[in-house]
Write a protein that binds this ligand. Structure first.
Ligand code: NAP
Ligand code: FE
Length: 372
């Protein structure tokens, strides 16, 4: 029997058209004429070029006579200031759609720019106070296999005043189309490959932890976790292997599909301050607390987690030892002041409402203390 949750109704909605495969941009080039006449291409400093994705896009845009402007200033954990600046460039140049290329940071920034430009936002105060209702179309081209942002209605933007990550959720920012070419992830470093795969794993597990968990997503969740469990270590040893990269990219897409239905949980809100205060990479911040979070949730969703482990052919202890081996080199140093402050803030985050069990400050404190 599936564990009880808040509602008996299970909904599934994921409007993004997904193209997956080697050279999918070139092979699906006719699609690009549908998105608009002038694109704002949103990227990080170097990943769009390093991955090869930007060159592929520029060739198709030239062939289809679609104009473009490149905005390549998005940093990791994108700031609201970069979003407001991007919206300004979009408007000044009369763009009509966004093509975001990169990891979750440029994809999320591209989505936020599409919202901000549509609502003529010109300041960070306005960005966080606007009640968004629509957005310009967003095309997403991931170059990491982690966030699943290519298939979600979420954009996570850092508020530089409070140094906190703020999530925006709106159906208008589901990308209209995503192009997933695993070749683009071959240039990823070992650390980014691992950290981003752990982010995808978090999303998949949170699809089960969530109070909005939904059996319609279990097939993708189970398959996604198995893909990561079976292939991540092999991929770290064979980073240029296309088939392994493809498996991780599919798992990441599945993670996005899952959280698009269920939202994320305290597994994510407990990791956010490790990123904003200590610069721990997003996926890794989830990974270092993953075991303790799973132990805390386990009594509430025993049936589903046992089913999952059965599907993979392992048990919880084997999973924990696999995870420990992946993270042996990781050391996160946090202070008592941080723990006291964040135990309260995390226990009051909105994610608590989507998390089973009693998420008290003392539980959060206990989890953070394991890192010391
Ligand atoms: P990222 O912050 O986009 O990128 C991490 C690093 O990897 C950057 O240095 C980037 O370089 C580099 N990189 C990316 N692709 C590369 C490639 N193919 N080859 C070489 N280097 C590459 O990483 P991410 O983990 O994918 O995204 C994290 C962000 O996504 C966080 O802000 C997180 O909160 C958010 N997130 C969003 C969702 C959602 O549903 N929207 C879900 C989970 C997480 P450049 O700086 O040059 O780009
Ligand atoms: Fe995440």
């Amino acid at each position: 029997m599936y564990s009880n949750k808040e509602t008996d109704i299970n909904k599934y909605f994921m409007p993004t058209e997904v193209h997956l495969g080697k050279k999918c941009i070139e092979k699906s080039k006719d699609k690009f004429s549908e998105f608009g006449k002038k694109a704002l291409i949103v990227t990080g400093r170097s990943s769009a070029v390093k991955s090869g994705a930007q060159q592929d896009i520029l060739l198709v845009l030239a062939e289809k006579s679609i104009e473009h402007v490149i905005y390549n200033e998005i940093v990791e954990n994108p700031t609201v200031d970069s979003v407001v600046k991007g919206a300004g460039i979009f408007k000044e140049n009369n763009c009509d759609h966004v093509i975001a290329i990169g990891g979750g940071s440029p994809l999320d920034a591209g989505k936020a720019i599409a919202l901000a430009a549509k609502h003529n936002v010109t300041s960070k105060e306005e960005f966080f106070s606007t009640d968004f209702s629509e957005a310009f179309p967003v095309v997403a081209i991931p170059t990491t296999s982690g966030t699943g942002s290519e298939a979600t209605q979420y954009s996570i933007i850092t508020d530089t005043d409070s140094n906190t990550k703020k999530g925006i959720a709106h159906p208008a920012i589901f990308p209209v189309c995503s192009f997933l070419d695993p070749t683009y992830t071959i240039s990823l470093s070992e650390n980014v490959t691992r950290n981003t795969a752990i982010d995808a794993l978090s999303h998949l597990l949170e699809g089960i932890y969530s109070k909005r968990r939904n059996p319609l997503t279990y097939p993708v969740i189970f398959q996604g976790v198995k893909l990561i469990y079976d292939n991540l270590k092999k991929c770290l040893q064979n980073p240029e292997n296309y088939e392994l990269r493809e498996k991780l990219m599919i798992a990441s897409l599945y993670g996005g599909v899952a959280i698009a239905q269920t939202g994320t949980t305290v597994q994510h809100s407990i990791g956010y301050p490790l990123t904003t205060e200590y610069g721990v990479a997003h996926g890794l911040a989830n990974g270092v607390v993953m075991k303790d979070i799973m132990e805390a949730y386990y009594p509430h969703i025993k049936y589903e987690l046992n089913q999952l482990f059965h599907f993979i052919g392992i048990n919880k202890l084997v999973f924990f030892s696999w995870l420990r081996e992946l993270l042996t080199d990781v050391n996160v140093e946090i202070t008592d002041t941080f723990i006291e402050k964040q135990a309260i803030e995390v226990a009051h985050s909105s994610h608590v409402n989507n998390t089973p069990g009693n998420i008290s400050p003392s539980l959060i404190k206990k989890i953070y203390l394991q890192l010391k």
